[in-house]
Design a protein around this ligand. Sequence first.
Ligand code: ADP
Length: 190
Amino acid sequence: MLNLVLFGPPGAGKGTQSQKLIEKHGLIHLSTGDLLRGEISQGTALGLEAKKLMDEGKLVPDEVVIGMISHKLDANKDAKGFIFDGFPRTVAQAEALDRLLETKNAPILGMVALEVTDDELEQRLLLRGKDSGRPDDANPEVIRKRIKEYNDKTAPVAGFYKNQHKFKSINGIGSIHEIFDAINHVVSNY
Ligand code: ADP
C-alpha cells in the first residue's frame, strides 16, 4: 500500500497537491480538516464541538481525529493507499496512526513536508479566505494562532518520522506543477 503523509503548515498547499496525487496514483485522500468540516455542515454533535475550536485556530482533541481516521481506514479496506493530509498533527496522533496501520500491515512509507515561510503562509491564507468561505481563513489573528499551533504542536511530528528515516522535505514555493514533480520524485523512490 502506498501510504503517504503530506505535511506542512496551514496554507502550504497540502490540499492542492493531495488532489493531484490521488488522481495520479488512485489513492484515497484523508483530510481531517475536510472530515471535520463535513461534520460541521451536517450539524453533528462532533461538528458543533469541533467548530468552536477550529474558529479559534486551535487543534481539536486527538481522540476525535484519531476516531475519524480509524473509521475511514475501516471503510476503505481495499484501498491502494492513503494520503494523510492535515493528520497526524501531534506526536500522539502519529503514534496512534502507526498502531492503526500496524493492524493492517501497511505502514506509512514516508512523510513529504512542504516548506513555506510564515509570511507567505499568512498571505496565501488571507487570499484563500476571500472565496473559501472558511471562517478560520478570514481573520489574521486566527491565522496567526493556527501557525503558532503548528509550530508548537505539529512541527515535532517531523521528528517522529525523521527517527523512522521516513522524512523528506521539499520547497513549497513555486508553481503547483513544479511542486507536484518534486513530490513525485520522492514518491517514486518508495
Ligand atoms: P489548514 O491546514 O489549512 O489549517 P485543515 O483543513 O487541515 O486546514 O484544518 C482546519 C482546522 O481543523 C485546524 O485548524 C484544526 O482546528 C482542525 N484540525 C484538522 N485536522 C486536525 C488534526 N489532525 N488534529 C487536530 N485538529 C485538526
